[in-house]
Design a protein around this ligand. Structure first.
Ligand code: SF4
Length: 161
């Protein structure tokens, strides 16, 4: 799809990765393991690319892979509810609504292609370790950051507000 190529949208919008991906998305790979507690999750960033095989997934049983791992995959841009045509609004909300949880950028394998980093810089990385793709219901702050605002939904053509 065609989208703006202005420099403000990142070094090269083509080929950027989503750092909150589902395991079945194009090019999905694990870059972090979820630690901490349901109310205060933390990501342990992998130092090396990990291959999560179907056998490993099968061993998880009823646990969803996104409850154990953070996945990165190719950003789906217009096919994603968080993409406004140029930028990831999820990354913008995370920076606006969540407090930093680290004071140095974590070592992260996907930084060279991460859309959140490309658009929000280190401010995204200071908040990223608390982000999980499958958010526990009780985690109000994360749920609030994850949901598109009414204005964003209207801009995307969803009148159900
Ligand atoms: S926001 Fe930063 S820490 Fe999080 S995935 Fe992107 S580069 Fe890694």
């Amino acid at each position: 799809m065609s989208h703006g190529t202005d420099e403000a949208s990142g070094p090269d919008s083509q080929g950027l990765s989503c750092p909150s991906a589902q395991p079945d998305m194009d090019g999905a790979r694990v870059f972090g393991v979820i630690t901490g507690t349901p109310d205060a999750p933390r990501i342990a960033y992998l130092k090396r690319e990990a291959v999560v095989t179907r056998a490993v997934m099968a061993k998880l049983g009823p646990v969803q892979p996104t409850q154990v791992f953070r996945f990165a995959a190719r950003c789906e841009e217009a096919r994603c509810a968080h993409f406004d045509g140029e930028r990831c609004m999820l990354a913008q909300r995370i920076v606006a609504k969540l407090n930093p949880v680290v004071d140095a950028v974590p070592p992260c394998l996907i930084r060279p292609t991460c859309r959140w980093y490309a658009e929000q810089g280190a401010d995204a990385c200071y908040r990223c370790p608390q982000v999980v793709t499958m958010i526990p219901r009780a985690n109000d702050r994360l749920n609030e950051a994850a949901l598109p605002t009414g204005a964003e939904r209207r801009a995307a053509g969803d009148a159900g507000d």
